[in-house]
Design a protein around this ligand. Structure first.
Ligand code: ADP
Ligand code: MG
Length: 263
């Protein structure tokens, strides 16, 4: 069993503190959702967990199976079994989705054993075909250049395929940066629903209130102003769907609305 534990996490971008004491534990086999309005620090959490250099951890700790990951490079985190969407957000013209996946698998294998010759092409093709069928993806997708002109939904499709191929212990999936993209959320949710099981823990991050139409998390967390302010089961997501975020803002937001917009 794998376990990601986030304790009292404080993160700043430049001079500005964005995460203000966030606590969360995710174990393999569990599906968690973090929901919260725009600007509350959801993506900051995802970027921090993936080790983005602009996000400075000023306090708190993050451990994966007991190891402090905050000092590790992104690829080291990935090798441990942590999967972070947006790990490779850039478009790579000339590198197909399939080639990218094969390199990622081989890098992982070589990290474990420098003598490893890499996955054979027939084995790779077979695995890729199986995963794409499982995820109901069109075979032609594997031949496209990674993220080159991809829509939000296609980027998510590439991520889910990467997740299927790398078989992480814990995966963190943030919504697209383009904001509310139902197509992307649907792709992520179908992928998570298909791939989830006792060996996979998932954190889905979204501000979309009707989340339960797509995914059935056991744990739902509401984030506000850099913290998780409420945690519960699917009933919490249902409550958000009915009530929106206003009650959360009233209860927990100590930042004046104008100030948030100006940031
Ligand atoms: P969410 O994903 O919940 O919408 P973000 O984590 O993207 O929120 O942003 C949280 C806060 O951090 C916002 O106030 C945003 O303006 C600020 N922020 C995000 N990225 C940067 C950055 N690169 N530089 C400065 N401020 C940033
Ligand atoms: Mg975001």
């Amino acid at each position: 069993m794998s376990e990601l534990i986030i304790k009292n996490l404080h993160v700043s971008i430049g001079e500005k503190e964005i995460l203000k004491g966030l606590n969360l534990t995710i174990r393999s086999g569990e599906i968690h959702a973090i929901m919260g309005p725009n600007g509350t620090g959801k993506s900051t959490l995802a970027y921090t967990l993936m080790g983005h250099p602009n996000y400075i951890v000023t306090a708190g700790e993050v451990t994966f199976n007991g190891e402090n990951i905050l000092e590790m490079e992104a690829d080291e985190r990935s090798r441990l079994g942590l999967f972070l969407a947006f790990q490779y957000p850039v478009a790579i013209p000339g590198v197909t989705v399939a080639n990218f996946l094969r390199s990622a698998i081989n890098a992982r294998r070589r990290a474990k054993n420098p003598e490893d010759k890499g996955i054979s092409i027939p084995d790779f093709r077979k695995m890729l075909k199986e995963k794409m069928e499982l995820l109901k993806m069109d075979a032609s997708f594997a031949g496209r250049y990674l993220n080159d002109g991809f829509s939000g939904g296609e980027k998510k499709r590439a991520e889910i395929l990467q997740m299927a191929a790398l078989k992480p212990a814990i995966a963190i999936l943030d919504e697209t940066d383009s904001g509310l993209d139902i197509d992307a959320l649907r792709i992520v949710s179908e992928g998570v629903n298909t791939l989830s099981g006792p060996d996979l823990g998932v954190l889905v991050i979204t501000h979309y209130q009707r989340l339960l139409n797509y995914i059935k998390p056991q744990f739902v967390h509401i984030m506000m102003n850099g913290r998780i302010v409420e945690s519960g089961g699917p009933d919490l997501a249902l409550h958000l769907e009915e009530q929106g975020y206003d009650w959360v803002r009233e209860k927990y937001d100590d930042v004046p609305a104008g100030q948030e917009l100006a940031s």
